[in-house]
Write a protein that binds this ligand. Sequence first.
Ligand code: NAP
Length: 282
Amino acid sequence: MRATSAVVRSVQHDLFGVIGRPAGHSLSPAMMQAAFDILGFRACYLALETDDLAEALAVLDTLGFQGLSVTAPFKQDVMKRCVQVDAAAQRIGAVNTLRRTPTGWEGRNTDWLGAVRALERFHPLRGVTALVFGAGGAARAVVYGLMQAGAHVVITNRTEDRAQELAAALECSWVPLESFERVRPQVVVQATSAGMSGRPYEFHVPPDFFLPHMVVMDIVYAPLETPFLRQAKAGGARVVDGLEMLLYQGIEQFFWWLNRPAPEAAMREALRRAARHHKGKA
Ligand code: NAP
């Protein structure tokens, strides 16, 4: 296992981190360290890269790490390593947050809360129709969150079978990708990896689909302005970029670990600064 960001400054610091493969690109260390620093906590948040999740968790437990964010490809595998997993994470089928307890790691999912809180700043979700593009792991968390918030959710996905399976599992609706325009949503979430830097963007959205009453979120955050969001903005919709979901899932993690409200403004600023820096390096 490699710690790829900072080094542990002192054994007197509380230890947190993000575990993944890769992990060095993660924006979470910048966001979380800013939160600890502004509140004057003696805590370190590290990027932790490993090929062997079980071994890494044992080592981090021994070292006294108190909390971990979990990223790809471990969000499903990590569930087996938890002594307890909350009901939302079980339904979503993924854990993105761990907290150390005397008996072992406890797991939960904050991605769904991140999506809901990012959207609710712009539009109440109860009773709205929400269209979600995607049927992968992130889409599953987004759909679960929207449903918990009381939205009527319709899924669409490039691979139809996966849309159908997700709709059946979470008990919402789905439409084939060719006919998503028939849905008249107030909220639209792009929850696929289409439009990520270096990946093709394959959605053919008619120019008049996006309307000014809509709130449109793309959970991809590299680039920040995706082709999907550009088109939504051109249609007059209010747009929410993927950093907002990342911010609010992090705020929920912070609260779970420390039982204290997170410093939202400082975290947002650090996250946006890190994203600009990252883009400069790419
Ligand atoms: P995943 O499980 O691999 O699912 C990928 C999804 O994207 C599937 O629905 C797939 O469709 C679709 N897809 C991929 N390439 C496509 C293309 N070129 N055209 C149309 N659809 C395409 O991945 P994931 O874990 O859900 O992650 C998806 C994205 O969410 C990633 O970019 C990730 O970085 C981002 N994410 C953001 C946050 C945040 O906080 N902002 C949190 C988690 C994830 P098929 O089923 O047809 O293959």
